[in-house]
Design a protein around this ligand. Structure first.
Ligand code: NAD
Ligand code: MLT
Length: 530
């Protein structure tokens, strides 16, 4: 990076995170900036870092002309309109693993403090009174806890509560039975069963249309009288109005809440209930979690601005660091293969089929296909396409994409990628491989065998396969001082049309192309840039 790129940090991250950003970027710390103020300045920044307050929505993104990456310093991404970011090619990264322990521990804290009336007792002592009779609580031991959502945090809560001697039930329709067994939870198939059987209910799902209000009036009607609830996930998963009513009616005996339907919501009537422990969405606020979150988000944002693929990006296929390392050369090969089509043919594409055979077929190839699509679109829409939006742009252009794996058909190559690009009346096949030292080679184009090392300036030339054609061709290039660095010829059959590919050391302009096309025996000359 020559001129430093600019990042605005709109919500507090740790000093360690800020320090990491400052080593590489021009950092503007605007902790606590209002949404409206951010709207006014966002167009200046290449990156934005938020937590859960700023809404990264269509309105903000439409003004963020230079924005390349949004870093969510934390886990939940419900404050980010991910499809809108994807449409604009803005990468969204988060730090899903960094604060899970803190959130799980905070859940236990809220549970214990609410069932033992710790907040009310604290308030009494602070007010100068001393009455031991008012705060009788209940034990966890021997009771049943129902966990809704057995993901990263739900599973940590499960194992921790089991150590208190609790029976753990869990409801999560999206995970395998093995996961329930691993965390010692009894699987329940219906939420209603969990609600009926639990003495305590804690929710750990993301906020989605399905989960909003999933614990509400209906559930409180069938819950055990005296049930106790905790929400340290997202506001609204337990409906607030229904909770207030159920607590006033004595159905819910206590509640621990870190998250609210509207945040911030000073003066929320729910805070006035007696048997409640409330915290202002600070489940992840520990020294350890915030250091991890800050450093992780800083590194992810820096890597994204460098154009690197980032593990666990929200709007890209999930890849671990090691997988990325092994995939990178294939991504480079596929992108170069993709660039060939529109530089040889202008027919609008309606279908793309990418087939993987040999060793590459064992890999997670989704990202390789995306890389091919990025390369395919680049010659026609330029820099607007990137890894984030390539698949979406392809889809909105009505192009169907299929990806296949074949065990055998690798034509003697250890690994082979073959892309078939279909247009209304035409079709082009391009194959590529990686050499032993993981360099990209394009090994066939349009049915011609080739051995192309893709370099910046190339010519793809079709000519009649007969003596006296290549010589004059090379002479014209010589006349214009264009040096041929590498050259290959391939043909389908003797005397038919052949493909000549040339790597040249300088750009070939239209005047030269015109001269080359006039040579007897030359049927087509295309400049191809990689
Ligand atoms: P996760 O993605 O690892 O787990 C979520 C689980 O919920 C998944 O197993 C999923 O299958 C399950 N789920 C989804 N829809 C469901 C449904 N309708 N019914 C039942 N289960 C369903 O997420 P996580 O990292 O464990 O985070 C859980 C929640 O905690 C998220 O909402 C996250 O934003 C929140 N969180 C809050 C804090 C905080 O400070 N309070 C900190 C970190 C995370
Ligand atoms: C999260 O999703 O990571 C939490 O809500 C914590 C936070 O926003 O910082």
């Amino acid at each position: 990076m020559t001129e430093k790129m600019k990042v605005v940090v709109a919500e507090r991250i740790s000093d360690a995170g800020v320090e990491a950003l400052r080593k590489v970027l021009d950092v503007d710390l605007r902790f606590g900036i209002k949404q409206d103020e951010l709207l006014e300045i966002i167009e200046d920044y290449d990156a934005l870092i938020v937590r859960s307050v700023i809404k990264v929505n269509e309105q903000l993104l439409s003004r963020a002309k230079k924005l390349k990456v949004v870093g969510r310093a934390g886990n939940g991404i419900d404050n980010i309109e991910v499809p809108a970011a994807t449409r604009r090619g803005v990468l969204v990264v988060n730090t899903p693993e960094s604060n899970t322990i803190s959130a799980a521990e905070h859940t236990i804290g809220l549970l214990l403090s609410s069932i033992r009336n710790i907040p009310a007792a604290t308030i009494q002592l602070k007010s100068g009174r001393w009455d031991r009779t008012l705060f009788k609580g209940v034990e966890l031991y021997g009771k049943t806890v129902g966990i809704v959502g057995l993901g990263r945090i739900g599973s940590m809560v499960a194992t921790r509560l089991a150590s208190f001697g609790m029976k753990v039930l869990a409801y999560d329709p999206y995970i395998t039975d093995e996961r329930f067994r691993r965390f010692g939870a009894e699987k329940v198939a219906e939420l209603s069963e969990l609600v009926r059987r639990s003495d305590f209910i804690t929710v750990h799902t993301p906020r989605t249309e399905e989960t909003m209000g999933m614990i509400g009036e209906e559930q409180f009607k069938i819950a055990k009288r005296g049930v106790r609830v905790v929400n340290c996930a997202r506001g609204g998963i337990i409906n607030e109005a229904a909770l207030i009513k159920a607590m006033e009616e004595g159905i819910v005996a206590s509640a621990g809440l870190d998250v609210f339907e509207k945040e911030p919501s000073p003066g929320n009537p729910i805070f006035q209930l007696d048997k409640i422990a409330v915290t202002p969405h600070c489940g992840a606020d520990t020294v350890e979690a915030q250091d991890r979150v800050g450093i992780t988000i800083a590194n992810q944002v820096i890597a994204a601005l460098r154009g690197e693929l980032v593990p666990n990006a929200v709007n890209l296929p999930t890849l671990q660091e090691e997988e990325l390392v092994s995939l990178r050369p294939y991504l480079c090969l596929a992108e170069k293969m993709g660039k060939v089509y529109f530089q040889l043919d202008r027919n609008p594409v309606d279908r793309v089929e990418v087939t993987y055979s040999g060793r590459v077929a064992d890999k997670d190839t989704e990202m390789i296909t995306i890389s091919f699509l990025k390369g395919l679109l680049e010659p026609i829409i330029g820099e607007k396409v990137n890894y984030v939006n390539a698949a979406m742009i392809t889809e909105t252009r009505g192009v169907k994409v299929a990806s296949l794996k074949e065990e055998m058909n690798n034509r003697g190559y250890v690994n082979l990628i073959t892309a078939r690009v279909y247009a209304t009346n035409t079709f082009m096949e391009i194959s590529g491989t990686l050499t032993a030292n993981r360099e990209p080679r394009i090994v066939s184009v349009k049915g011609y065998d080739t051995d192309i090392t893709p370099t910046e300036n190339m010519l793809f030339v079709e000519n009649v396969d007969r003596p006296g054609v290549i010589g004059p061709f090379a002479c014209v290039l010589g006349e214009y001082q264009i040096n041929i660095a590498m050259m290959g010829v391939g043909r389908r059959g003797r005397g038919e049309i052949a493909l000549m590919t040339l790597n040249v050391d300088s750009e070939v302009d239209e005047e030269v192309v015109q001269r080359l096309r006039e040579i007897d025996g030359i049927t087509s000359v295309k400049v191809v840039k990689f």
